[in-house]
Write a protein that binds this ligand. Structure first.
Ligand code: SF4
Length: 495
């Protein structure tokens, strides 16, 4: 394991890691090379948090930024002290404070009559327990510095804000929640927790912590692969469904799904996972034959901007930006149509028009999950002149996921019906390994990059191609899944 200059020096984010799991904090400091790389989902969340923070600064005119980064903490501490001494500075952004070897950066410190207000800015849309811990450790450090804190607040995104166009109304985009009372209740718990963490960090090896639900909340732990590397392929934790059953079984010393005693009551999916054999319901053929030709296979990709981009939308409202449709004719022939918005405009009307043209008036529209239904209904509300046509499209949707969940199981699904699990199991040639974009979160992040970051034309083309290829894989995947399932029905049909 690598050594750290002063392993007992903590920061706000390290304190939060330690609250999630002492082992996580230990590994972050002593063996950071064991962590998984930041994935696109996490990077998107970090970028969104950064963007929200920058927008929040406009809420406090006359504020000044401490731009010195985390590697320059001495300079950041000095700059903060200078800004505090300047009465013309109404607010300090990213101010640095240190108390007893704990360093924090404060999103906003607002100068008010009688002292300062501490404000943490989050892209979240509600207060969470981790925010209280976050604010409590900052309050502890600021009070240790002798600051007169008149209030402690969380500033989060207001999901109810309806953006009608023009400049975003910051007073309505954000909610400023007074958490002073709740933070004061948490304060006495901070010093002993910091002491526990420091003493743990001084040991020669990481604490033994069994991986469990705490590894996924409030944040995905980047050491999950490291901590679970030695677990068996059919580890009991992978049993789908309620985790209290898993906990009970683990307490009984059961470590794999194969060891679950027969008398334990399981859900149908859990039973299938325990039996670990292919299962085909007698009704699968009937459900598969219910589709009408031509069969369309539709998938949307969406973005959910925290700060609304288009008039008549709310924060975090899913906005469709592309679709793909593979249409299968009765004779088995196939054609694909697709749309991807590459201009900086509200794409919804063009999405709706192009979609209506693609799916026409005939045939079932195969989708994978209820999400497409939700998006079609939302489009109908957003484009009133096409409302009736879009609602008719909604009536033609046929959900392959629901059919699979109710009528089929394959051991390689490993308890998951996500298309990312199902497709490689049933159509190995169509797994996602060859694609630059392999999941929806990455697609959303790459779309944002293509539209708002990249200026190079060639790179934009590359991203557009990657987005087209990803969306097309999902719809071609549905075609092949229906074909494979139909073949299976033929092979089990009574002669
Ligand atoms: S994966 Fe779980 S047990 Fe391992 S360090 Fe992370 S939170 Fe702790």
């Amino acid at each position: 394991m690598t050594s750290h200059r002063d392993p007992t020096r903590l920061s706000k984010s390290r304190f939060l890691s330690g609250l999630q799991c002492h082992k996580r904090l230990y590994l972050e400091i002593h063996a950071p090379q064991l962590a998984a790389d930041i994935d696109d989902r996490r990077q998107t969340m970090l970028d969104m948090g950064k963007e929200i923070n920058e927008i929040a600064h406009r809420y406090f005119p006359g504020g000044a930024l401490v731009a010195e980064g985390h590697r320059h903490s001495t300079a950041a501490l000095e700059k903060t002290a200078a800004l505090m001494a300047d009465p013309n500075v109404t607010a300090i952004f990213e101010g640095a404070f240190q108390f007893e070897r704990t360093l924090v950066r404060v999103d906003v410190l607002e100068r008010v009559v009688g002292g300062w207000r501490l404000i943490e800015v989050k892209a979240a849309s509600r207060v969470k327990s981790v925010h209280l811990d976050d604010l409590a450790v900052q309050t502890h450090v600021l009070r240790g510095n002798g600051l007169d804190l008149t209030g402690v607040f969380l500033m989060h995104v207001n999901r109810q804000y309806f953006y009608s166009g023009g400049d975003v109304d910051l007073q309505r985009l954000f909610v400023l929640k007074d958490l002073t009372g709740a933070i004061h209740e948490r304060l006495p718990g901070i010093p002993p927790r910091l002491d526990e963490m420091r003493s743990m960090l001084g040991r020669s090896r990481a604490p033994d912590v069994e991986p469990d639900d705490h590894c996924h909340a409030p944040y995905e732990c980047p050491f999950w692969s490291h901590c679970t590397a030695a677990k068996p392929a059919r580890w009991i934790y992978y049993l789908p469904g309620r985790k209290d059953l898993v906990r009970r079984l683990r307490l009984q010393g059961i470590t794999t799904i194969d060891e679950i005693p027969p008398q334990v009551s399981l859900t149908p999916l859990q039973q299938r996972m325990r039996e670990n054999v292919e299962w085909i319901s007698p009704k699968l053929a009937e459900r598969l034959q219910a589709v009408r030709y031509p069969v369309h296979h539709l998938d949307f990709e969406t973005v959910m901007p925290a700060v609304p981009l288009y008039a008549h939308t709310h924060p975090y409202q899913p906005i469709p930006i592309q679709w793909s449709n593979h249409t299968e004719m009765k004779d088995g022939s196939l054609r694909q149509t697709a749309y991807l918005c590459t201009e900086q405009k509200d794409p919804r009307e063009e999405i709706a028009l192009s979609l209506l043209e693609s799916v026409g008036e005939e045939g079932s529209i195969c989708v994978y999950s209820e999400y497409e239904h939700y998006i079609v209904k939302a489009l109908a509300e957003a484009v009133p002149r096409l409302r009736k046509d879009l609602l008719r499209v909604g009536e033609r949707l046929w959900d392959l996921l629901e059919v699979l969940q109710s009528h089929y199981y394959h051991p390689d699904f490993q308890g998951s019906f996500s298309i990312k699990s199902v497709l490689p199991a049933l159509v190995p040639s169509l797994d996602y390994g060859d694609l630059a974009i392999k999941d929806g979160a990455t697609a959303s992040a790459m779309y944002h990059r293509m539209m708002f970051t990249v200026t190079d034309w060639v790179e934009r083309q590359r991203l557009a191609s990657a987005l087209h290829a990803y969306c097309a894989r999902d719809t071609l995947g549905m075609v092949e899944l229906r074909r494979v399932l139909s073949q299976k029905m033929k092979s089990v049909a009574p002669s």
